[in-house]
Design a protein around this ligand. Sequence first.
Ligand code: CMP
Length: 146
Amino acid sequence: MSQKTLVLLKPDTIQKSLIGTILARFEQKGLKVIGLKMLQMDQSLCDSHYSDHVSKGFYKFLAGFMMSGPIVAIAIEGHDAIKVVRTMCGATNPADALPGTIRGDFAKNIDNNIIHSSDSEEAGTVEIARFFKENELFTYGRELAA
Ligand code: CMP
């Protein structure tokens, strides 16, 4: 089943010059990039994106980290994209993330864990709409790749 998911490359990814490395993993897997932008999160965008976590003890630190520098938002489409992308990202806590996963290979700790991806199809729809206007999302074929 084709699904859409939102990936955020967090400020640590940008500072470690890993944008291309991580984007390449998704492209090499055959997933389709349908939207891509660099942006700076503000408090209201952060509060709405992490609304489930706003009341948690770690939220103030999480928000400070997410707003500390530019991030990259990627809208991705593909077969079972929610599960495939989350499997590629690895466990939320990099200490539990297997080698070969993005967090297992590149992330330092749960506070600086490199990447976010939507945890359900419903969340993917809401999160993509939060970061992309309709005219910033693209539908295209792959005839030229053959
Ligand atoms: P993310 O997938 O972006 O979703 C919520 C984020 O909160 C998570 O990745 C972590 O970066 C961050 N976080 C910090 N502390 C915790 C914690 N104790 N449990 C879960 N997430 C945490």
